[in-house]
Design a protein around this ligand. Structure first.
Ligand code: PLP
Length: 353
């Protein structure tokens, strides 16, 4: 008897995020804020009361209602997932027929391409401009020319931090004969969402996550919002009990505290502003930071030929950021911690010159 894994998975390596303890974790775009004391108490009570011997609500009814209420969408159009990452896998794996093409706008969130490949759907890469801008007509033409059945992209984009105006996104959604999966993971930090009009389209799924602005990355909660036809299909193909009971109940409780969430959002946006200004000031002084992209998110993206060196020197100072080839991606933290980052960067950059 002999068995060998099939070729497509044989040489894969598990996702390997940076591990270990660093004073500052600016590498994963999570919220740096923790829950209020009153929400922490409620979360503890929820965990204690949860019937762990029973399966969760398969449709996460209360959670979807709280999400719908917070974002102003009908909860009938909402499907909950074990993080939006699970939903990306589900959408790519279940909503395409074998061999149908999926398109990415590159560079973008790496999981889109990964799932496309795993599910054996050819991945068409449509490159962005040098400034990471997206030309809607060029995207529409390429999707048509290549007979793409699913277009997936993030707006604003992770990792580039660049945003595409709602009008341009609408143009793309209306212009293609393909399902558009629009990942609005960072739209809480910008104002060009299509969420309120999702049911106007027969080909749009919007993804949201509780891992970024909502500050609950540990709970693994994400959402897909689409018209009723698509939502019915998503609920039919998902694994029945995908979101655990504790995550459902705690996330619902947090989403109901709108005042707290809006305050967190304002605070993150304000701190991100100081991050952008601080990094721009450093770029004006140190040409090694070649370009800082206009960010619509809670992080900045920087073009620099010395990305790797800066990344490693920051780690030595117990500050973790993300390095992508010749680019650095840095998440915002509190205004005070951002200052600590600037000091560290200044030391590194002045020593490089
Ligand atoms: C972080 C992130 C996600 C993943 O969110 P989870 O809900 O934590 O799985 C999805 N899309 C983009 C673009 C992200 O940056």
């Amino acid at each position: 008897m002999s068995y060998e894994l099939c070729k497509k998975v044989r040489d894969l390596t598990p996702y390997d995020p940076l591990q270990g303890n660093y004073d500052l974790r600016l590498d994963a775009n999570e919220s740096y804020l923790s829950l209020s004391d009153s929400l922490k108490e409620k979360a503890a009570a929820i965990a204690a009361q949860t019937a762990l011997n029973r399966y969760p609500d398969p449709y996460a009814t209360e959670l979807c209602a709280a999400f719908g209420d917070y974002y102003g969408v009908d909860s009938k159009l909402v499907t909950a997932g074990n993080g939006s990452d699970e939903l990306i896998g589900l959408i790519v794996g279940a909503l395409l027929q074998k061999g149908e093409k999926i398109a990415n706008l590159t560079p973008d969130f790496s999981m889109y391409r990964f799932y496309g490949e795993i599910y054996e759907n050819p991945v068409v890469q449509i490159p962005k401009g040098e400034d990471f801008s997206i030309g809607p007509q060029a995207v529409i033409d390429e999707v048509k020319r290549q007979d793409v059945k699913m277009l997936i992209f993030s707006n604003p984009c992770n990792p580039t931090s660049v945003g595409l105006a709602a009008e341009d996104v609408r143009k793309i959604v209306r212009g293609v004969d393909a399902l558009v999966v629009l990942d609005e993971a960072y739209m809480d930090f910008w104002d060009q969402s299509l969420l309120s009009e999702v049911s106007d389209y027969d080909n749009l799924i919007i993804l949201k996550t509780c891992s970024k602005a909502i500050g609950m990355a540990a709970l693994r909660v994400g959402f897909a919002v689409a018209n009723e036809v698509i939502t019915k299909a998503l609920k039919a193909v998902k694994s029945p009990y995908n979101v655990n009971s504790i995550s459902q109940a705690i996330a619902a409780c947090v989403l109901k505290d709108k005042a707290f969430l809006r305050q967190c959002e304002d605070e993150i946006i304000a701190s991100a502003q100081t991050l952008k200004e601080g990094i721009q000031a450093l770029a004006a002084k140190y040409p090694a930071l070649e370009r800082v992209f206009d960010s619509c998110t809670n992080f900045v993206y920087i073009k620099t030929a010395v990305a790797k060196e800066i990344y490693q020197k920051l780690l030595q100072k117990s500050i973790a950021v993300r390095c992508f080839g010749g680019y650095l991606r840095i998440s915002t933290d509190s205004i005070e911690n951002n200052r600590r980052l600037f000091t560290a960067l200044e030391e590194i950059l002045s020593a490089l010159d």
